[in-house]
Ligand binder design. Structure first.
Ligand code: AMP
Ligand code: MG
Length: 411
């Protein structure tokens, strides 16, 4: 049969067109890791908040130390010592005077430069300065990094360590965000038992619920595990209902292909789901199903253990980020050279599991991780991502450049 299937790009476009962003909530900054900002966050203070020194040394008036050198030091009176944490000195530094000062301490009035301690020699209540200074030298001026009212963090980025650090630095207590969606997981199949179970021939252990839950944890999505659904429309219907009630999106695995007990596409349609697409021209993961039931996104991922992980990365992860209003929802891509000759028979885009290495020049090079069967989870062991072999390319010669989608982009 010669079907014309939706391309990966077209499928992503359909997802983008049909997902609605989650509601916005105001939350405490401490709990913001993993959430996406739903507003531009403006700085509420100048940074640095006051002009301070970036070096231990002596605060001076630069005109006083003009021409100072190793051989011709300038001697200044020492007024006081200022430490980090001291409030700004009330004394104005007078001509001919210096103040001892430590990194992070506020610069006294009148001073306009700091001489590093290495270029000074202290006497009882005076100091020899062995170097001249430009106005502003070794200073961190107020507002140098950011000014009150400037955009500190833009809308649509996820809060990570740096972003939370900036919120802490500014004393910003609340932010408007979209939090990671709650995901309901449903593993379907009469052959499935839970991992702790002994198995009899014919049975296998549920893997997908556990790989998916781990992927979701990385994105900080709360998970509602619906357990194992038998290949029975009545039982599946109840679980799907529960999933849609309890979660923002439902991810099912298994039962979306053309087998006689692959009930999900028909059942979901009967339950009122709007099918947005079923099947895409991708390998692995061709039978993927995406639709909306009560405006909740539903993903039916093909049950093979590799297909599940691949389709999670290719379709579900970008969808979760889109629901959060993240501007960086698309998977990161890079280029790599193929480490060996590979073939892509058939017409689907092959997302080939590969390990990345580096050529002597430092350029990335991708080596397939052995057998590429979509039922072999070991083919993902040690894989750094997917080399993308387009459907209309039959043979990729060694060292040919291909697109590469890393499995971890840490965002
Ligand atoms: P299906 O998509 O239901 O036709 O399943 C395809 C293959 O994946 C079959 O060999 C199933 O036994 C297997 N499979 C389905 N669900 C799971 C699961 N949760 N864990 C491990 N393997 C599964
Ligand atoms: Mg099945």
């Amino acid at each position: 049969m010669n079907e014309s299937l939706l391309s990966y790009r077209e499928a992503l476009r359909l997802i983008e067109d049909h997902l609605t962003p989650l509601p916005i909530r105001r939350i405490n900054w401490r709990c913001s890791i993993g959430a996406a900002l739903a507003e531009d966050v403006a700085a509420i203070e100048n940074l640095p908040p006051f002009t301070n020194t970036s070096m231990d040394g002596y605060a001076v008036r630069s005109e006083d130390v003009q021409g100072a050198s190793e051989n011709r030091p300038v001697r200044l009176h020492v007024a006081e010592a200022i430490f980090a944490g001291d409030s700004p000195s009330r004394q104005t530094l007078q001509p001919g005077w210096a103040a001892k000062i430590m990194t992070g301490a506020p610069l006294p009035q009148g001073a306009d430069a700091v001489i590093m301690v290495e270029y000074t020699k202290t006497h009882n209540d005076s100091v020899d300065i062995f170097s001249s200074a430009q106005p502003g030298e070794n200073l961190r001026p107020e507002g140098e990094e950011i000014r009150r009212g400037d955009v500190l963090l833009p809308l649509g980025i996820a809060v990570g360590p740096v972003e939370r650090g900036l919120l802490a630095q500014q004393g910003i207590r609340e932010v408007s965000v979209r939090q990671p969606p709650r995901a309901a997981l449903l593993a379907t199949g009469d052959e499935l038992v839970e991992p702790e179970s002994e198995i009899v021939p014919g049975q296998i252990r549920n893997v997908n619920a556990y790989t998916l839950a781990a992927e979701l944890e990385r994105l900080r999505c709360p998970v509602a595990d619906l357990g194992i659904g038998r290949d029975d429309p009545g039982a599946l219907r109840d679980l799907i209902r529960r999933g849609v009630e309890e979660a923002d999106l439902l991810i099912a695995s298994g039962g979306v292909s053309a087998g006689e007990r692959d009930f999900l596409p028909g059942l979901l349609r009967d339950m009122g789901m709007r099918t947005i697409f079923h099947k895409a021209s991708v390998k692995p993961g061709k039978p993927i199903l995406f639709g909306l039931l009560d405006e909740r996104p539903i993903f039916g991922l093909p049950g093979n253990v590799v297909s599940v992980i691949a389709s999670f990365h290719l379709f579900v992860k970008p969808s979760i980020k889109l629901m959060m209003g993240r501007k960086d929802w698309r998977n990161t891509t890079m280029f790599a050279r193929m480490g060996q000759l590979v073939h892509n028979p058939g017409s689907r885009t092959h997302f080939m599991r590969c390990r990345l290495s580096h050529m002597p020049s430092g350029a990335p090079i991708a080596y397939p991780t052995g057998k590429q069967e979509s039922g072999m989870l070991t083919s993902l062991l040690g894989a750094d991502g997917f080399a993308v072999i387009p459907g209309d390319v039959d043979t990729v010669e060694e060292f040919t450049e291909v697109e590469f989608i890393p499995l971890r982009d840490d965002r």
